[in-house]
Design a protein around this ligand. Structure first.
Ligand SMILES: *[C@@H]1O[C@H](CO)[C@@H](O)[C@H](O)[C@H]1NC(C)=O
Ligand SMILES: *[C@@H]1O[C@H](CO)[C@@H](O)[C@H](O)[C@H]1NC(C)=O
Ligand SMILES: *[C@@H]1O[C@H](CO)[C@@H](O)[C@H](O)[C@H]1NC(C)=O
Ligand SMILES: *[C@@H]1O[C@H](CO)[C@@H](O)[C@H](O)[C@H]1NC(C)=O
Ligand SMILES: *[C@@H]1O[C@H](CO)[C@@H](O)[C@H](O)[C@H]1NC(C)=O
Ligand SMILES: [Zn+2]
Length: 533
């Protein structure tokens, strides 16, 4: 290319950008400095108020929301998408999680992995111990896939601690209930993929290891609420699925011939009402006042993406959580609830950003619902992710640029259009005539459109940077810096007076709860003396 041609193309690009930028519109009020000053002053007032009004109550309830793979970039993009779905430019929108007063960063690496997986991370934020990738509910002394390394290395989760304290417990996920995230709450398995005994190597069965579905029913039989997917791990091999009897991939898979939903029903305390449901209508027809236990399995494996759900019989995440909270709230001692938006991760792995972001918007809607159903003075709510993804968006897009859309202008190297959203690696890599695909006539808003990536991979990967922790409620301010991920359940347990660290909870010690965090003059004096020495 001659330099004349280059100049011409640059000029072309510049003009395109200029056209795009002059079309930008944003709310008129933003032109007024008073608008920004008032907004900042209101935030300042809130910050000053919070400083003097630490919530040092004991947390009766704990709700932990996990966006699987919900990186900071995913949160920002979901915020903009949510705003745009409401007809706004988007950037100024507040997610429900954005309103939480405290936040921190979580270091997500596994003991054996710089870029972690969902199993080792779930062990960290549920059991309080970092672990190897691919393992759930076991310490790092247990090796992935090696049954013989498990014995004696089991670690308990905050769900156990809550149960031991007489609280109710719930697990709600959009994946199979035996998936990595929920399973670390109740199972101990050196392999996250041992969903049923059919998924295990024979020597692991001989050595006495148990599959995760079996553990769901047997380890802690009195979990009040279990909602998600995963029917095919519960029934004997060749049992046709109730919803898809023609689909043999949905068949039951168990080799031991057990009917686990039957066992689940039978091992409930006498006189208690237990219900098994497998579709939305059955779930919504339950009277939470009259149900003590519910097991809902809405798909043979993972549930549908939110955008595809309306063509199925699946409930939404928010519908499941609504029922869960109504049942759990009946316990005067409170509850622990784990809610996972598990398919943000699956959308990203497929590079289908639209799916990942709509899952995140549904998670945020669910957080809002839970906020309305509980009170900040007795409920500690934590929202975080297990790990990040190699997902980002950029390209000097103007204000209000469609979140899933093209950057105005062309690449100044290959002169083709590009989307703002891109992945570092993944399946969206497609070479056409030796170059990047020209997406001019591709519908980039299609829910299954795969955004482009630099490195071709069948499945886009997780990434290793920190993820955010949002917190509100009793002692939420203990999540305040850059923390190891396994710190999270220690805070939740401390706030709720459950688990290993309860000395501050004796009735006459209630006023001591906040003391270690008060940076008063005595403490400052001691510190200054120490530094002087
Ligand atoms: C599924 O179950 C049906 C009915 O029992 C059986 O005929 C079929 O072989 C099974 N298919 C698979 C893949 O398990
Ligand atoms: C499992 O047990 C339940 C409850 O007894 C029963 O309704 C269901 O049909 C059983 N399913 C299979 C596949 O045996
Ligand atoms: C991309 O496709 C559009 C529409 O067919 C075409 O006008 C444009 O020239 C193509 N760009 C390149 C660099 O091939
Ligand atoms: C409260 O804290 C003080 C000072 O740290 C301690 O001496 C006291 O024993 C605590 N009270 C209780 C009941 O734990
Ligand atoms: C400072 O904290 C210590 C220990 O928590 C407490 O005993 C003391 O009364 C506090 N002093 C002031 C001035 O608040
Ligand atoms: Zn993943």
């Amino acid at each position: 290319m001659t330099s004349g041609e280059k100049t011409l193309k640059c000029l072309f690009l510049f003009l395109l950008l200029k056209v795009a930028l002059t079309k930008v519109s944003f709310p008129d009020q933003e032109k007024n400095p008073k608008y920004w000053r008032d907004q900042a002053q209101a935030s300042l007032k809130t910050a000053l108020y919070l400083q003097d009004h630490l919530n040092t109550n004991v947390a009766k309830n704990i709700i932990l929301f996990i966006g699987d793979g919900m990186s900071v970039a995913t949160v920002t993009a979901a915020r903009i998408l949510k705003g745009q779905l409401n007809g706004k430019p988007g950037e100024e929108t507040q997610l429900e999680m954005d309103k939480f007063p405290y936040m921190a960063l979580s270091k997500t690496y596994n003991t054996d992995a710089q870029v972690p997986d969902s199993a080792g991370t779930a062990t960290a934020y549920l059991c309080g111990v970092k672990a190897n990738a691919g393992t759930v509910g076991v310490s790092a002394a247990a090796l992935q896939g090696q049954c013989y390394t498990m014995r004696g290395n089991e670690v308990d989760s905050i769900l156990n601690w809550a149960k031991q304290a007489g609280k109710s417990a719930g697990l709600v996920t959009t994946t199979r209930v035996t998936h990595a995230t929920p399973s670390a709450a109740y199972a101990h398995s050196v392999d996250r993929s041992w969903y049923s005994d059919n998924d295990m190597p024979p020597e692991a069965i001989q050595q006495g290891c148990k599959d995760i579905a079996w553990q769901l029913v047997k380890n802690i039989p009195d979990i009040e609420v279990i909602l998600g997917g995963g029917r095919k791990y519960m029934y004997p091999r060749n049992t046709p699925d109730v919803e898809y009897p023609w689909d043999w991939h949905a068949n039951g898979t168990r080799l031991d011939g057990l009917n686990l939903t039957k066992i689940w029903m039978e091992n409930k305390p006498r006189g208690q009402v237990a219900r098994y449901v497998w579709n939305r209508n059955q779930l919504l027809a339950l009277d939470p006042r009259k149900v003590d236990y519910v097991l809902g399995l809405f798909e043979p494996a993972d549930m549908k993406f939110e955008q595809e759900r309306k063509r199925s019989t699946d409930p939404s995440l928010s519908e499941m959580v609504q029922v869960a909270i109504q049942i759990l709230q009946k316990n005067p001692k409170g509850f622990f609830l784990l809610v996972e938006a598990g398919r943000i991760d699956h959308g990203h792995h497929a590079s289908m950003a639209s799916q990942a972001l709509h899952e995140t918007v549904e998670l945020d809607k669910t957080i809002a619902l839970a906020s309305r159903a509980t009170r900040e003075d007795d409920t500690l709510t934590v929202v975080t992710a297990d790990h990040s993804h190699v997902f980002t968006f950029g390209g000097y897009t103007p204000r209000g640029n469609p979140m899933l859309g093209l950057v105005p202008g062309l690449s100044d190297i290959d002169f083709k259009p590009f989307t703002s959203i891109v992945y570092g690696n993944g399946p969206g890599f497609e070479l056409v005539d030796g170059g990047r695909q020209n997406i001019s006539f591709i519908d980039v808003f299609d829910m299954n459109y795969q955004a482009q990536s630099a490195v071709p991979l069948q499945s886009e990967t997780h990434s290793g940077e920190d993820v955010a922790i949002f917190a509100k409620g009793p002692l939420a301010h203990l999540l305040h810096g850059v923390h190891e991920q396994n710190y999270i359940p220690h805070v939740m347990a401390y706030a709720a007076c459950i688990g290993q660290n309860k000395d501050h909870c004796k009735p006459d010690a209630a006023s001591n709860v906040s003391r270690p965090f008060t940076f008063n003059s005595t403490l400052l004096y001691i510190l200054s003396v120490l530094s002087w020495l």
